[in-house]
Structure formats: structure tokens, C-alpha cells
Write a protein that binds this ligand. Structure first.
Ligand SMILES: [Zn+2]
Length: 97
């Protein structure tokens, strides 16, 4: 995942991503970041994942393992970072009289 501010690559298993703090910051530029699920990317990966599951079932992998891999792949590809202020901007616009 890349920081939306400085393009610094933040590891998915890094401290930053695994903290449950609401206000995450980029370890490089210290700017606020927010993770979100990109449904478009998830949808694009949906078909290859279905095919993967089909093959995995054919070669006899257990549903538990394939399920875990499926969730893992989706989280890796579909969770992205954005600037939290973008949300606030929208809220402010909505609150205008
Ligand atoms: Zn950064």
C-alpha cells in the first residue's frame, strides 16, 4: 500500500496498518492516512479468486485453507490508503447552509 501523500510503501503487516488507532499516520511523512476497502478492485479480483477456489477444490485443498487465502488476497489487493481529510471536506460541504 502506498501513502497518498508521499508514495511511501507501507507494508500490510507493518505496525501502522495493524494498529487499531483511529488516526493512523504515515511512518515516513507523518501525514494522516486512512485505509478503506476498494470495491472496484475487489470486484476485478473476484473472478480469478472464484477460479482459484475451483482449482483448489479440484486438487483437494480444504475449504478452510482456500477461504483464508481468498480473504488474504482480497485484503492485500483491495485495501488501499487515502487521505482522511477528503471525507471531512465532503462533510463540510454538506453542512453549508
Ligand atoms: Zn507518507
Amino acid at each position: 500500500m502506498k501513502c497518498p501523500h508521499c508514495n511511501y510503501s507501507i507494508g500490510f503487516f507493518s505496525k501502522t496498518m495493524n494498529s487499531f488507532e483511529k488516526n493512523r499516520v504515515c511512518p515516513s511523512c507523518k501525514q494522516p492516512i486512512k485505509s478503506y476497502l476498494d470495491f472496484k478492485t475487489a470486484m476485478i479480483w473476484f473472478i480469478p479468486i472464484v477460479i482459484f477456489n475451483f482449482i483448489a477444490n479440484t486438487i483437494g485443498l480444504s475449504a478452510g485453507i482456500t477461504g483464508a487465502i481468498t480473504v488474504g488476497i482480497l485484503m492485500l489487493v483491495a485495501i488501499k490508503l487515502k487521505i482522511p481529510q477528503e471525507d471531512n471536506k465532503n462533510e463540510e460541504t454538506n453542512n453549508l447552509p
